[in-house]
Design a protein around this ligand. Sequence first.
Ligand code: NAG
Ligand code: NAG
Length: 109
Amino acid sequence: MNATYTKVAVVAGLVVLFAAISLNAKETTMSGDVCGMSQDDMFQCKPAVATGTLAPPLPSSACCTALTHANLTCFCTFKNNKYLPLFGINATRAMQLPSKCDPTQIVRC
Ligand SMILES: *[C@@H]1O[C@H](CO)[C@@H](O)[C@H](O)[C@H]1NC(C)=O
Ligand SMILES: *[C@@H]1O[C@H](CO)[C@@H](O)[C@H](O)[C@H]1NC(C)=O
């Protein structure tokens, strides 16, 4: 593992908000929860934030439950994140996710 790869892996580990189940699962495991959400939590939410679909499904109740203990302020860190599309995540949808579960849960960045 060379230095460049390590750096990329660390950055990717930090940015994979909902993508921890994908290729970088090993790296993200080291950092544990992201914004108060476990990898399993993120997996529950992934369909609702996927790119490439015209109308993503509404978040599952499991996803919404997970979001209730997530740090929404921390979500802002991922807004405009250029790595999210690499993991099949639409950042716009990710930002809208909390309000889709609960209209009072607005992500203010
Ligand atoms: C991302 O989501 C927004 C809002 O649903 C949508 O308008 C946009 O086309 C999506 N982009 C991609 C690449 O899926
Ligand atoms: C939420 O995340 C923000 C940004 O990462 C951080 O500053 C804040 O302390 C966190 N709040 C809690 C309750 O963990």
